[in-house]
Design a protein around this ligand. Structure first.
Ligand code: ZN
Length: 377
């Protein structure tokens, strides 16, 4: 059985806490990282019903998307509703862990799961985060010393690309140099022009490892003076970021798309509503799990014909479908329950946990924690 620390380390790898918004409260609310974990329950909200489910199912970890204590507290007395939940979890040996805005933007995150659940293809982040900063290093080295140099550079963090390491590119050529008085050449004589077969070795490296890689290069290179070129790769859009945009399989009308969303998302009392012309054709779709109203203009600018999110307000929606849609390609707004747009992430995170920890029993709560429980026409 893994320890809680093992499980949390895996979660932090998929959902790095450093990618959470500064105002957010992610990570462990309560729990001892040294304890063993046999069962995990995943839910969108940490509320009395999901805490009760975690306790009654014998889970040692409740993982939720939303924080329990988002606003600062100075205590968790059992007389306070949230404090009572903390007490209940600690007494029952249930740890509580939150992956919130860090789960929103992740590659295997909330909006990606929402886009996948609708069957979109060619999915990209709607507002992509820049890919990790990379440098390219080309260093000239005598052929006989190349392999030793590669070993030192890769040990310092160079040559790693996605799921590959020791990635290098080498071109052979001839180097020339003339050591001047005062030089202590590895090869050649002072005052004599020397020609040597050399190789130009190119590696990529994470920019934050630049100092380590350059130090390793100088340390393992035979030459007194090392000839090298270091260039910064521009920050390109990466695979993470807020929201997703993609293409629906087969064009549908807005009415059909709204039915499709309702059929794919878990059901709630309110269901799914749409603002726009019912016969409007929909092919390019943007989505954002949770409250994504502020990304509507970006979705429109990126060519979305429908934008699915939650918590849309009256005035913004009226303006979106009356004032801004005077052109030939209007964008419809589709609004589902906040809970329903985030729930599809739970089975994705559960699968990641099952694959990493085959001994772990992982369950997804299907308690509907959308607070809107009635809908009358
Ligand atoms: Zn949310």
């Amino acid at each position: 059985m893994p320890s809680l620390a093992d499980v949390l380390a895996a979660l932090d790898g998929w959902y790095p806490p450093s990618t959470a918004e500064s105002w957010d409260a992610v990570g462990l609310t309560c729990g001892d990282p040294g304890e063993r974990v046999e069962r995990v329950l995943l839910a969108v909200d940490c509320v009395p019903a999901t805490v009760a489910e975690a306790v009654s199912s014998g889970a040692q970890l409740l993982l939720t998307h939303h924080p329990l204590l988002l606003s600062g507290v100075h205590g968790v007395p059992a007389t306070d509703p949230k404090g009572a939940l903390v007490h209940r979890m600690i007494r029952a040996g249930v740890a509580h862990f939150v992956a919130h805005t860090n789960a929103d933007v992740a590659a295997a995150g909330v909006s990606q799961a929402l886009a996948d659940c609708l069957g979109l293809t060619g999915i990209q982040p709607l507002d992509p985060d820049p890919a990790p900063a990379l440098d390219h290093l080309t260093v000239l080295v005598p052929a006989a010393d190349r392999d030793r140099l590669v070993e030192a550079l890769t040990a310092a963090g160079a040559g790693a690309v996605g799921n590959y390491d020791q990635a290098t590119f080498t071109v052979s050529g001839e180097g020339s140099f003339r050591p001047l008085p005062g030089a202590d050449p590895f090869d050649g004589e002072v005052g004599v022009l020397t020609r040597k077969p050399e190789q130009a070795l190119t590696v990529v490296l994470p920019r934050h490892r630049r100092a380590d890689v350059l130090a390793a290069m100088h340390q393992s290179h035979p030459y007194e003076e090392v000839a090298f070129t270091l260039t910064e790769q521009p920050r390109l859009p990466g695979g993470t970021g807020t929201g997703r945009i993609g293409t629906l399989a087969g064009s549908r009308t807005l009415a059909e798309f709204t039915e499709h969303v309702a059929a794919r998302l878990p059901g709630t009392a309110w269901g799914v509503r749409a603002a726009g012309r019912p016969d409007q054709p929909i092919s390019t779709v943007a989505v954002c799990g949770g409250s994504g109203a502020s990304y509507a203009d970006l979705a429109r600018a990126r060519g979305a014909e429908a934008y699915l999110t939650s918590d849309l307000k009256h005035h913004g929606t009226v303006e979106a479908v009356t004032e801004r849609d005077t052109g030939s390609a209007p964008m419809a707004l589709v609004d589902a329950a906040h809970w329903a747009t985030e729930w599809p992430w739970l089975p994705v995170a559960a699968d990641l946990l099952r694959r990493r920890f085959p001994d772990l029993e992982v369950a997804v709560s299907d308690i509907v924690t959308d607070p809107w429980t009635l809908h009358a026409r």
